[in-house]
Design a protein around this ligand. Structure first.
Ligand SMILES: [Zn+2]
Ligand SMILES: [Zn+2]
Length: 387
């Protein structure tokens, strides 16, 4: 049976790859996925958080339920793959993060579980929109996702180029970082470049702020914790011989807990406003939460590791991988329900899955589809044991 499943998963994946849709516009994608799930005999609920959907599979009389999550959105990237037969048909859009593969793996898990029926309880397959925006998980939860479809745990995965194909890596605690953005607007008083004493130069103030922000991680944060503060844009209204009136600093911070997020926001605000006050200029400081940190629950590490070992062998599973500073919308689900997020190696040579995520030549490695499908089916079997 599984050789035909491999063929089917590849066919589903390549169809999805050829027809990418971006966040909250996954209309045809949701339709395609929903039809397959219905054919497999699952009960499908559409339009949750705009284009999101949930498919339920109940076996036996158990009342416990788990969620398995896939993401559906593509990116605004023009695919560069001249020899790829199934390259994107939607100009400027591309599955460059492998969400096509995540959907196919999840459909494969649904098929395996629908055929084997070797668990007792309910598996809820969540297909979320807009992962890349960091908006889809919140949209589904705001639409009553876990009130309508309660679960005691949620599981998700992401393919990882640079990791050997079909191997697994996870950990307890923070595995992917939060992403926050900030905008600091310094309102100085412009003047002639030759007569700085006639104004208040916001560029010199901005320089002090940028350097001082780098003391937060080194001097305020517990050294056993991690964070990154990056100033990424510096915008002024000055010209060659004119000191500007306005400087805007924009940037991005990453961390692994709410407490660290709060520390970063608080100290950044104090430093920005404090330095501006020293110079007698006005400051506006905005700080927005874009992605929650992805923090794995220690109590569901064992089941994830065991499922991965059962599928890939003991030597192919790292149960204490180093966290990554990139961000993932799954973190928002983990703030509502405990669970686990795991990486699946996409391959480490450019020919077989090693091209980085979000690169215009990236491709999901079809050789890991079956491994991913089996992993999620195994989670259900272990977490909702029959008999
Ligand atoms: Zn991505
Ligand atoms: Zn992704």
């Amino acid at each position: 049976m599984e050789s035909t499943l491999q063929g089917q998963l590849t066919c589903w994946r390549q169809h999805l790859h050829q027809n990418p849709e971006t966040g909250f516009e996954e209309v045809n994608t949701a339709e395609y996925v929903a039809n397959i799930l219905k054919t497999l005999g699952l009960e499908v609920h559409r339009g949750i958080g705009s284009t999101g959907l949930v498919a339920n599979l109940t076996v036996g009389n158990g009342t416990r339920a788990i969620a398995l999550r896939a993401d559906m959105d593509a990116l605004n990237i023009a695919e560069h793959a001249p020899n790829r037969a199934y390259a994107s048909l939607n100009a400027g859009k591309m599955h460059a993060c492998g969400h096509d593969g995540h959907m196919s793996m999840m459909l494969g898990a649904a098929r395996l579980l629908a055929e084997r029926r070797d668990f007792n309880g309910t598996v809820r397959f969540i297909f979320q929109p807009a992962e890349e925006h960091g908006r889809g998980a919140k949209a589904m939860m705001a639409d009553g996702l876990f009130d309508r479809f309660p679960v005691h745990a949620i599981f998700g995965a992401h393919n990882m180029p640079g990791m050997q194909a079909g191997t697994f890596a996870t950990r307890a605690g923070g595995i992917m970082a939060s992403e926050d953005n900030f905008v600091i607007h310094i309102k100085g008083r412009g003047s002639h470049a030759a007569r700085p004493h006639m104004g208040v130069d916001p560029i010199v103030i901005a320089a002090q702020i940028i350097l001082a922000l780098q003391t937060i991680v080194s001097r305020n944060l517990d050294p056993s914790l991690q964070a990154v503060i990056s100033c990424t844009e510096l915008i002024t209204d000055g010209i060659r011989n004119v000191i500007p009136s306005n400087v805007i600093i924009k940037g991005d911070t990453r961390s692994y807990s709410k407490a660290v997020q709060t520390l970063l926001e608080t100290r950044m605000r104090e430093i920005s406003e404090g330095i501006c006050r020293t110079h007698g200029v006005e400051c506006s400081f905005e700080y927005t939460y874009e992605f929650a940190p992805t923090v794995n629950s220690p109590e569901f590490l064992d089941v994830a590791v065991q499922a991965a070992r059962n599928v890939a062998g003991n030597a192919s599973v790292d149960a204490n991988v180093r966290p990554m500073m990139i961000s993932e919308d799954f973190g928002a689900f983990l703030q509502a329900v405990p669970g686990n997020f795991i990486f699946i190696g996409n391959g480490n040579s450019p020919e077989s899955g090693g091209i980085p995520l979000h690169n215009a030549s990236y491709d999901f490695n079809d050789d890991i589809l079956l491994t991913g499908a089996r992993y999620f089916a195994e989670i259900a079997r272990l977490e909702l044991p029959a008999g």
